[in-house]
Design a protein around this ligand. Structure first.
Ligand SMILES: *Cc1c(COP(=O)(O)O)cnc(C)c1O
Length: 228
């Protein structure tokens, strides 16, 4: 099946209110273009340097394309991430938020963020302590982050055949969202980025508003192409 066929098949199964992020890491500019021509305009990448190389080109030809950074972000990559991305979905510590604000202020650019929350045993990334997410939102409420717009939350479920385990991870994210939204009514924290190629149907049952799908659109990633 072609990228276009895969996209059509997935989109036909997604509820209207669920956005599709096409995760294009390790895939080429040509493959991304194929997806854009098939009507896809939101992409996710997890490595900033690779994303910048590809999306500087893509965005030149297709200015409506949106890029979301979904991978763990080192502080020294925040500047480039803010420059190239429309949203950073993998904010996992307050120091990173501070750095994103600093860089966004320099560029005079507003950027959306999601807080990544650690909900499953095998994933290494995300806030472990939800109190720190409350603290981050409190800082925003006090005016600390004028260039940052918090929009919601992201998680990765464990890679497991145990559907209950996967489901409980998504439930944890939704319950965190409800708690934060209750505490911070002045923000719209409705976005729940959860669900990947192997588990997006469960994520949607649990309230996902945004699925991040790579393999089911672009096929297997060729990791031998190396890391940037
Ligand atoms: C790679 C990646 C995805 C997509 O994974 P697939 O299983 O290929 O759909 C989604 N989210 C994150 C954070 C990723 O790194």
């Amino acid at each position: 099946m072609s990228i276009k066929d895969n996209l059509i098949k997935i989109k036909n199964q997604l509820p209207q209110n669920v956005q599709l992020v096409a995760v294009s890491k390790f895939h080429s500019v040509e493959e991304i273009e194929e997806a854009v021509k098939a009507g896809q305009n939101i992409f996710g990448e997890n490595r900033v340097q690779e994303a910048a190389q590809k999306f500087d080109l893509i965005k030149k030809s297709y200015p409506n394309v949106k890029l979301r950074i979904i991978g763990q972000l080192q502080r020294n990559k925040a500047k480039e991430a803010v420059r190239i991305a429309d949203a950073i979905d993998s904010v996992d510590r307050i120091e990173l938020l501070d750095e994103i604000e600093k860089q966004a202020a320099k560029l005079d650019k507003n950027i959306q963020v999601l807080f990544e929350y650690h909900t499953g045993e095998d994933s290494k990334s995300g806030f472990v302590d939800k109190e720190l997410i409350f603290q981050a939102l409190q800082k925003k409420a006090q005016g600390d982050y004028p260039h940052i717009e918090p929009k919601g939350f992201m998680t990765m479920a464990p890679f497991s055949d145990d559907q209950d385990l996967v489901r409980s991870s998504f439930k944890k994210l939704k319950s965190l969202r409800d708690e934060c939204q209750g505490k911070f009514k002045q923000f719209d924290l409705s976005e729940l980025s959860m669900g990947m190629s192997g588990d997006w149907q469960i994520a949607i049952q649990e309230g996902s508003t945004m699925v991040r799908i790579g393999t089911a659109i672009f096929g297997q990633r060729d990791y031998s192409k190396g890391k940037n």
